[in-house]
Design a protein around this ligand. Structure first.
Ligand SMILES: CC[C@H](C(=O)O)C(=O)SCCNC(=O)CCNC(=O)[C@H](O)C(C)(C)COP(=O)(O)OP(=O)(O)OC[C@H]1O[C@@H](n2cnc3c(N)ncnc32)[C@H](O)[C@@H]1OP(=O)(O)O
Ligand SMILES: [Co+2]
Length: 140
């Protein structure tokens, strides 16, 4: 069993304040300070929900994947992310079974993680992300 936990559910939003409103109203709190991930062109705010997270993503530049998503589909559900202990091994295993990753190698994710995305077509219409957390356990 290589996927150990639903690490986060990601929501695309034009700005973190707007996107945060429902989660604050639900009584959720951010895990920590907002984080910018330049390689993805996003600002991230993660709300803690038990052992997993709601990951709010706002674009920081026009060529961000989130800007393209907002342009085409508007705000809302963007992807689901699953925790794996060894991302390289999991990518090799899945490639061996015909999976299609969006990039050759992992890229930097939130909170110093390494992440990789599978094509939405492979995900039966859902963009799926794998997040490497060598130590299993709660998302935060
Ligand atoms: C800070 C890191 C953080 C973390 O967790 O640590 C993140 O999660 S960063 C998240 C932002 N980064 C990414 O999403 C990187 C991966 N995404 C991409 O490379 C693109 O967004 C891609 C390839 C998924 C879509 O790019 P684009 O929209 O330009 O391509 P198409 O329009 O040709 O789309 C192809 C096909 O996929 C459908 N699509 C697009 N986005 C999604 C989505 N989020 N969920 C489901 N389906 C999606 C799109 O509608 C096209 O389908 P079609 O039937 O051909 O219309
Ligand atoms: Co994510």
């Amino acid at each position: 069993m290589t996927v150990t936990l639903l690490d986060h559910v990601a929501i695309a939003t034009p700005d973190l304040e707007t996107g945060s409103a429902p989660y604050l109203a639900l009584g959720l709190a951010p895990e920590g300070p907002d984080e910018e991930v330049p390689s993805q062109g996003v600002r991230v705010r993660a709300f803690v929900v038990g052992a997993t997270l709601i990951e709010l993503l706002a674009p920081t530049r026009p060529d961000s994947p989130i800007a393209a998503f907002l342009e085409k589909r508007g705000p809302g559900l963007h992807h689901t992310a699953y925790r794996v202990a060894d991302l390289d091994a999991e990518m090799a295993r899945l490639r061996g079974e015909g999976a299609r990753f969006l990039s050759e190698a992992p890229s930097p994710g939130r909170a110093g993680t390494r992440v990789a995305f599978l094509h939405p077509k492979w995900g039966a219409g859902t963009l799926i992300e794998l997040v490497e957390h060598p130590a299993a356990g709660p998302a935060h």
